[in-house]
Design a protein around this ligand. Structure first.
Ligand code: PXP
Length: 246
């Protein structure tokens, strides 16, 4: 049977617009409702240490009032981990974070911080939270992820999204090797970063995908056609997915 490829909509940039003027609009919960009405499977938000877009109150409110599962992206930082343990979102995706970056620029170095990651993953898992980690499509990081005991990895598609010319098929092959490797290790494969209406057809060539987390392109498209329609268009594109079988 053809699998349903899930769509998590990252609504950080709805909050970015709000924070730009310090207003109480646009309303994040209303945005989440539009995503739900358009067939999204989950809402993704990134609680950054500098709180540049999503605020603590947003996390609590969405957790309480949004019917879709919340996937909280966050750094492995003590205060943020404590917050996640109190809020208990359905999922946490551990991501690297640097203050100066525009967005999450690389994958997690699981090998470089294995013990601290192991402690955090265990605490989150014991609280009943499904944990994933955001990593580059790299065999060594995938093997470390499996040793960490996370059930899910999110492959960083940023290098693919930025690739042009001959680099593009190369990055797509790299993602496919990583997806095959993750699948062989028994890991659920999610992917995200820089996925757009322009490159989604290429992304759909990848086998073993469970969920795509997409934000920037959907919120940008929403400026012209509204959020519900922007999400619906992406949802429609995802229907072409054929899964693992070829
Ligand atoms: N997945 C993760 C782990 C991310 O950090 C981000 C960006 O916040 C996304 C997905 C969404 O990326 P984009 O906004 O480029 O679609």
């Amino acid at each position: 049977m053809k699998p349903r490829l899930k769509l998590g909509v990252n609504i950080d940039h709805v909050a970015t617009i709000r924070q730009a003027r310090g207003t109480d609009y646009p309303d994040l919960l209303a945005a989440a409702h539009c995503c739900e009405a358009a067939g999204a499977d989950g809402i993704t938000i990134h609680l950054r240490e500098d709180r540049r877009h999503i605020q603590d109150a947003d996390v609590w409110r969405l957790r309480r009032e949004c019917r879709l599962p919340i996937n909280l992206e966050m750094a492995n930082a003590p205060a943020i981990v404590r917050m996640a343990l109190r809020v208990k979102p359905a999922e946490v995706c551990l991501v690297p974070e640097r203050r100066q970056e525009l967005t999450t620029e690389g994958g997690l170095d699981v090998l470089g911080q294995f013990q601290s990651m192991q402690r955090t993953v265990a605490r989150l898992r014991d609280a009943g939270i499904a944990v994933s980690i955001f990593i580059a499509p790299d065999a060594a990081q995938l093997a470390a992820a499996a040793r960490l005991g996370v059930p899910v990895v999110e492959l960083h598609t940023g290098a693919f999204a930025n690739a042009r010319g001959a680099a593009l098929p190369r990055e797509l092959r790299r993602l496919q090797r990583a997806a095959d490797c993750a699948h062989d290790l028994g890991l659920q494969v999610n992917a995200g970063h820089g996925i757009s209406y322009a490159n989604i057809a290429d992304v759909l060539q990848l086998r073993w995908l469970d969920t795509l987390n997409i934000g920037h392109s959907i919120v940008a498209r929403a400026l012209f056609c509204g959020l519900t329609r922007a999400v619906r268009e992406m949802r429609t594109a995802l229907r072409a997915y054929r899964g693992g079988a070829r």
